[in-house]
Write a protein that binds this ligand. Sequence first.
Ligand SMILES: *[C@@H]1O[C@H](CO)[C@@H](O)[C@H](O)[C@H]1NC(C)=O
Ligand SMILES: *[C@@H]1O[C@H](CO)[C@@H](O)[C@H](O)[C@H]1NC(C)=O
Ligand SMILES: *[C@@H]1O[C@H](CO)[C@@H](O)[C@H](O)[C@H]1NC(C)=O
Length: 821
Amino acid sequence: MEDQCTQIPLLLFIALIFLVLLSLDCTALDTISANQEIKDGGKTLVSKQNMFEVGFFSPGKSKNRYLGIWYKKISYGTVVWVANREAPVTDRSGILKLSRHGELIILSDRNPVVWSSNSSVSNNPVVMMQLLDTGNLVVWNKNSLIWQSFDYPGDTILPGMKFGKDLVTGLERFMTSWKSPDDPSIGEYSYILDTNGRPQVFEWQGNVIVSRLGPWNGLGFSGSPVEKGNTIYITEYVVKEKEIYIRYELISSVIQRVVLTWDGKTRFLQWIERIKDWILYADTLVDSCDRFSLCGPYGICSINKHPPCSCMQGFEPRNPEEWEVSDWVSGCKRKKPLDCKSGDWFWKITGVKLPDTRRSYYNMSMTLRECETICKKNCSCTGYTSLDIRNGGSGCLLWLDELLDTREYNGDQDIYIRMAASELEGRVDSQSNFNKMKRTLIVVFLTSSTVSLLLVVAYTCRKKKKRTHMKTQENMHMLAEKNRSMQMEPFDDDIPFFRLFEVARATGNFSASNKIGEGGFGPVYKGVLENGREIAVKRLSETSQQGLDEFKNEVICIAKLQHRNLVKLLGYCIHQNELILIYEYMPNKSLDFFLFDETRSLMLGWPQRFNIIQGMARGILYLHQDSRLQIIHRDLKAGNILLDSDMNPKISDFGLARKFVGRDTNAKTKNVVGTYGYISPEYAVHGRFSVKSDVFSFGVLVLEIISGKKNREFSYGDHRDNLLGHAWRHHKEGKSIELMSGSLQASCVASEVLRSIHVALLCVQHLAEDRPTMLSVVLMLVSEGALPQPKQPAFFTGESHSEAQCVSVVDEYTLTQFYAR
Ligand SMILES: *[C@@H]1O[C@H](CO)[C@@H](O)[C@H](O)[C@H]1NC(C)=O
Ligand SMILES: *[C@@H]1O[C@H](CO)[C@@H](O)[C@H](O)[C@H]1NC(C)=O
Ligand SMILES: *[C@@H]1O[C@H](CO)[C@@H](O)[C@H](O)[C@H]1NC(C)=O
């Protein structure tokens, strides 16, 4: 009896202890103190909000053990930092220990010091180690920092990390790639802030420079899109006596990281929770002009030209024979030698990325005029510019060396290049003449506006289909009258703003006879501006009022995307609920106009079609990889590939999907933009889109271009294959060439046709991850190497029904309602 009574409390007590231990086990710790340790296979440390975890891991296929920090809550296991990169533990006996003096040590059975942070303090030896939610592993001592992992970046830069140099301690924070996905030891590539002259960032491969991020100009890195209005992150560029660094901080809930991949790509990645994956937000090496100094000294690289290299004005190839065979390294030389003593002049060049500034001088308080004076006096000065382009420009930056690594770029910075006086004489005259002419033209343009308005009034309202339509037209009419007396607004800072009455005038008041098409987002009209320029006017379907500012930003972003295979946006117009985009006019309409017409398709021989395929690929690649702004088109189809007078393809409607459906991630199916026959399965079924959904549509387009048949209307014999299935069957049977349209017999180059079909089949594979990126597509199209075998295409079910399956899953009504033609 007595025994029992004493035993019950004892049991309770044990149970209680057990519970306490259990609960301790469940709440992970983010801190350990001196003399405590983290064992391989034991408990890890987890940051407070569960963002990051630190512990031992093995990368990829490797068996080696490393101490690292990885994401926990999202992207579990993605490693952002490794301690013992060069010194793996080869068994599972690794232990991380925090010494009493604040030193982190990794030891194993075989080795008492595998790695050490080499940090220690002699006084106040009460220390602890903590993993923060920023991904920073810190060693504290009474609120003072002893050591932090952020000071020793590996292949990843996280928001809040400083990237650069501490000029007092000499500590340099830069990125180094891994050797391979299985080996975190220091690889070939590094990404470093160079503090010579005006600081800039270089990517190195061994001891060769791969690419350069231009110097900071107050708004962004010269050569990269301006960061003004960026709502995702802010970039700090700090040049002080004691330190020089770049740091970026997220200002929204977006999660991003910058990683230097083992094969040398510096990428901004962004986490998309919905697809549980990282997408490429920006890439430093976008096109061949980003290759460091491709065109040599005094050369200018232009991605819109073939060949891309040319000499600056007043310069000629240093070695014409080499230049002739596309070897541009030796660059250009002056046509007329400088004569510093008797006075040189400066020639202004606009719209270029600033040349390499490693040998430059800068001063923040000088004016541009002072800058010129200094440059003129110093005979080794080759050119100058403003240091900061904000508020009309301030400061002085001057070059003391040949001008290297310049490319055309759509920014508002001018550089002034030293020239022999004799070189400039002829030019100054023609320049001022040109300006005079420009001024006259503008005056004529402004004064003649009323005349053509009268013409428009006489031309209006031919056919009125519906009441609502009529009403809008009347409104527009009145508007046109009202606006006539108003003054023209000044142009927007970045892209011309058109008044509604101007657009109405140009398009015959949006007359039915001017309508040239009905695109995904609304009708398209042909128009003629007063200066005779032909335009295409896209009147977007009405959206709510509140998005107007956003819309404007979006338009400005789109306008900055410039590529020879994208339709150029000339301006926009916003008036109440009207949103209108003004594009260059394409005389040859769109690809479907030619491709699917028996007679007109004869005008597209194989060389033209191959050119169209390659042009489309380059255009899409540009959209996918343009720095800062990754655009997924989402509605690539023959009707959106316009053709210029030389039958060069130009992609239209890019960027719109972002505005119109990009924000709303909940109502997925309802918002599927896209056209039946071109959309990928994961997009059609789950509303999940990525660059790979564009790759899919591209693949369909290529097959259509080669076969001359529409995917959605395809039928063949007694199979119920769609075009993709049909192409795949033929490919497997080794008779791909039979897919080719008969009209190409005479002009085709069989190897190119087969290669294109093969690449297209890789693009339409069922699983998004199997499909290549656009970069690989572009490369595969031109290279001659072997290609991987394509797996089964999407919507392929073997024997019977093919597309029918897809339809049953997609809400077809919504699809057609929204966007199908
Ligand atoms: C710490 O110091 C040792 C000896 O000088 C050196 O070999 C090791 O690389 C240092 N560790 C780090 C992380 O710098
Ligand atoms: C910058 O220029 C100003 C005005 O010419 C001069 O007073 C100042 O010393 C210069 N600063 C540096 C760092 O050279
Ligand atoms: C030109 O300026 C640079 C930088 O200020 C200076 O190092 C160099 O000595 C100057 N050269 C002459 C000839 O004044």
